[in-house]
Design a protein around this ligand. Structure first.
Ligand SMILES: NC(=O)c1ccc[n+]([C@@H]2O[C@H](COP(=O)([O-])OP(=O)(O)OC[C@H]3O[C@@H](n4cnc5c(N)ncnc54)[C@H](OP(=O)(O)O)[C@@H]3O)[C@@H](O)[C@H]2O)c1
Length: 320
């Protein structure tokens, strides 16, 4: 599996729908695979469903090149997104994902969110049965956002870790997916060490800070209403301006390496430097960015680079 994955979400979800183009997205997936990003991260709710359908068109032709990672457990309704962790539902969702992805096995099946109405052991047990049935190779848990963890009391990710420990009693957790980037390093404190100590892989979601860390966004540029950044506290003109020192730091490190290294690659190399068990899944719908991101593994940050990044001012604006 390549060191850097491809997050497929922006092709059909969370970012301006006016920018989403099917044919370009298909080329993006092919380019990522050609460049060595074999882990393709999707979810049934991206679209909903269209992201998996898109990937299915690629997988039909080149299943052997890809490591397919999808998710279940969130339903998109008219007004709200709701969790559904009922065993029967999760099993049906898996069959539907297999059909859309045009494959007979999912490499990594992740629980997108635990359902507060269903004991997580029941959901996880049903997912374990999918492994037994040969439909899924391994199971992962998503812990994106810290709010849920805070609500359940204690430190950041304390609730997540308690939940993971309950799940481990039922069936091994192979991966945890949570946000990790230069400007959202919170998972480093407890979640990453928890994973490392147990041989659990870590999928770093949103490793480019929703694009901010690439240095291609301009304070005050505005976002379309269906783009998550239109409501994200760090993407107001004021906060984007206030956080420019973070981008400036990544630019300095990139410039020192020369050879066309970009701030995006520095941001991804920083994530890679957090442990051998960490795989960043940068999201893009553009072939050229997929190739650029895939190349980040070649960039080895020095101790000086890492110290400079560690000394950058903490991000302004609420994280979640
Ligand atoms: N489990 C979960 O609940 C969860 C939640 C969030 C994210 N994720 C996963 O994490 C993945 C990544 O997260 P994300 O997409 O939200 O955030 P991200 O990877 O931090 O940033 C994506 C944004 O950066 C832009 N971009 C990507 N590469 C670039 C480059 N080299 N230069 C300039 N801009 C670049 C993209 O633009 P374009 O879109 O225009 O290409 C997009 O706007 C998702 O695809 C998904 O797989 C999972």
């Amino acid at each position: 599996m390549g060191a850097v994955g491809l997050g497929c979400m922006p092709m059909s979800w969370a970012y301006s729908s006016s920018q989403q183009r099917g044919e370009r997205s298909l080329r993006t997936v092919h380019s990522a695979l050609d460049a060595g990003s074999s882990l393709l991260d999707t979810a049934d709710m991206y679209g909903p469903f269209t992201n998996e359908l898109l990937l299915g068109r690629v997988l039909k032709e080149r299943r052997a090149d890809a490591f397919v990672s999808t998710k279940a457990g969130l339903l998109v309704g008219d007004q709200h997104i709701v969790a559904n962790g009922r065993p029967g539902y999760v099993k049906r969702a898996c069959d539907a994902s297999l059909r859309r992805l045009q494959t007979d096995v999912i490499d990594l099946y992740q629980l997108h969110r635990a359902d507060p109405e269903v004991p997580v052991e029941e959901t996880w047990g049903a997912m374990a049965e999918l492994v037994g049935a040969g439909k899924v190779r391994a199971l992962g848990m998503c812990a994106v956002g810290a709010r849920a963890s805070r609500r359940s009391g204690g430190d950041l990710y304390a609730g997540t870790i308690r939940q993971l420990e309950r799940m481990q009693q039922v069936f091994p957790v192979s991966t945890v997916q949570a946000e990790l980037s230069v400007w959202s390093p919170q998972a480093l404190e407890r979640l990453l060490p928890w994973c490392e100590a147990r041989g659990v892989g870590f999928l770093a979601a949103t490793p480019l800070g929703n694009g901010f860390l690439t240095g291609t966004l301009t304070p005050g540029q505005g976002f379309e209403p269906d783009d998550v950044r239109a409501r994200h506290p760090r993407f107001t003109a004021e906060m984007m301006a206030a956080n420019q020192p973070v981008v400036a730091g990544l630019r300095r490190v990139a410039a020192r390496h020369g050879g066309g290294v970009t701030p995006a690659q520095v941001a991804l190399a920083w994530v890679l430097a957090q442990g051998r068990h960490v795989v960043p899944v940068p999201g893009t719908k553009r072939p050229e960015w997929a190739v650029e991101n895939a190349g980040a593994w070649k960039l080895e940050l020095t101790a000086y680079d890492l110290a400079e990044i560690a000394a950058l001012p903490p991000a302004r604006g609420s994280w979640d």
